[in-house]
Design a binder for this molecule. Structure first.
Ligand code: SF4
Ligand code: SF4
Length: 433
């Protein structure tokens, strides 16, 4: 990291990604289904589900265990076959507080409850299947995918395969392992959206995904290479990079005729349509500073301690656990917290790994955080407004446009964890809407 680079690369930060070079060559290690699965009711943006099962019920793998009425709802499913042991509040890794979960104990041999059959003749059936399968944005946003697919007036559909986090490679691994399946999922999404163009946005170089690109060319999907700059994987920035069009503040890509879906989301739709399987498992990257990156296929609701034991590591060797990537992940207070159905990464750090935020100093008004922000807001001013509880200023400074990329904290010479203050600022700004 050099300060010179911040100014040269405003909005296009060149991060050290050496830790992921070559890691895409490692196949997914498939973990055994856990002995216990924790299925949270809230695993998407929108209204929370309510349990559709009760304590003592027998449930099959893929069976719906939570659902709710309304447009912004997506059901959740059991990832194992067993018995509902409890319905109680457990610590939620993203909400950062206890929330309702169905806890299932594995009891009998695995039995899959397939999704009801869908013929997929028209867009409505694809949209309905997407909801029933519990598909949400698998890149980490967890936005209900069926809501996106129901959009009208879409000109361009962008498949986001950018994966710009420095320690995640699971999307690229998926594209190498399942090229035909990924394309089938993309085609279903394109059919539902009725878009004029489908663009596949990737950071990979020509020849790195030979099979996938061959099939895409044959199917008329445009492959566009985007620079491997950090945070360009965020929807609005990706649209700007690809199409040269700005998504206005407070608006969505759809407001300019674009829908963006992650490549792993397309693969989840393939599994629903061709294997009748809801979202009960996914691929992710496990990174530890001692051992680098491994690609792992896990059942959703697996506790972090079971993932680490399944990879034959001694959890006592790790000091900090983060669900997600080094830049955008959330530290968790206990290894008993489970991964969610859209968790793309798990990061485990040893005691030797640096703890920059332990040595926080006062702000020296250097402005590096402002200069590096890819969405052109002013984190230093937002931080001040948050401390003063000035909600009017927070809204004026467009705190809601922050994509939580973590760059401002990363470059701060005073080691201020600015992103934490931005989350708080967002909450305060929303509370007066
Ligand atoms: S976390 Fe938010 S404010 Fe900070 S650099 Fe990223 S987008 Fe800008
Ligand atoms: S918060 Fe950090 S990076 Fe931003 S102006 Fe202050 S010292 Fe500089």
């Amino acid at each position: 990291m050099t300060t010179r680079k911040h100014f040269e690369e405003k909005g296009r930060f060149q991060m050290d990604i050496s830790m992921k070079v070559g890691a895409e060559k490692q196949p997914f290690k498939v973990l055994k289904p856990p002995k216990k699965a924790v299925v949270f009711m809230q695993q998407h943006i929108g209204k929370c589900n309510v349990p559709t099962v009760k304590k003592g019920d027998k449930v099959l793998t893929g069976q719906k265990v939570g659902d709710a009425e309304g447009k912004m709802t997506v059901p959740v499913h059991s990832s194992i076959t067993g018995v509902v042991e409890y319905i109680k509040k457990e610590y939620h890794p993203v909400l950062n507080c206890p929330d309702t979960a169905v806890i299932i104990r594995q009891e009998v041999e695995e039995e899959l409850m397939p999704l009801p059959p869908f013929e997929l003749k028209d867009r409505n059936e694809i949209i309905e299947l997407t909801r029933e399968a519990g598909i949400v944005g698998m890149g980490g946003a967890a936005f209900p995918t069926h809501v996106k697919l129901a959009s009208k007036g879409v000109d361009t559909f962008v498949v986001n395969a950018k994966e710009s986090d420095p320690n995640l490679v699971c999307d690229v691994r998926l594209m190498l392992e399942k090229p035909k399946e990924v394309v089938k999922g993309i085609q279903l999404m394109a059919k539902a959206l009725g878009a004029r163009r489908t663009i596949f946005a990737t950071r990979t170089q020509e020849g790195e995904l030979p099979e996938l690109e061959k099939i895409m060319k044959y199917q008329g999907i445009e492959v566009k290479r985007v620079r491997p700059s950090y945070s360009v994987g965020s929807e609005k920035l990706l649209v700007k990079e690809l199409l040269g069009k700005e998504v206005p503040s407070g608006k969505f890509p759809l407001d300019i005729g674009v829908v963006v879906n992650n490549v792993s989301t397309a693969y989840a739709l393939y599994r629903a349509a061709y294997l009748n399987e809801p979202v009960i498992s996914r691929g992710m990257s496990f990174y530890s500073d001692r051992n680098g990156i491994e690609n792992v296929w896990f059942r959703s609701g697996t506790r972090v301690e079971d993932v680490i034991a399944g990879l034959s590591y001694d959890i006592r060797k790790f000091d900090r656990l983060i669900i997600g990537s080094l830049m955008m992940g959330w530290s968790i207070p206990s290894p008993r917290i489970p991964l969610l159905k859209y968790s793309a990464g798990l990061t485990a750090l040893s005691p030797e790994y640096s703890r920059p935020y332990d040595k926080q100093l006062p702000c020296i008004r250097c402005g590096y955080c402002d200069s590096v922000c890819p969405v052109d807001i002013y984190p230093s001013l937002i931080m001040k407004a948050d401390k003063e509880d000035n909600t009017k200023a927070l809204r004026k400074l467009h705190v809601e446009d922050c994509i939580e990329c973590g760059l401002c904290s990363y470059v701060c010479p005073s080691h201020i964890r600015i992103t934490k203050l931005l989350w708080s600022g967002k909450k305060k700004s929303k509370s007066v809407e």
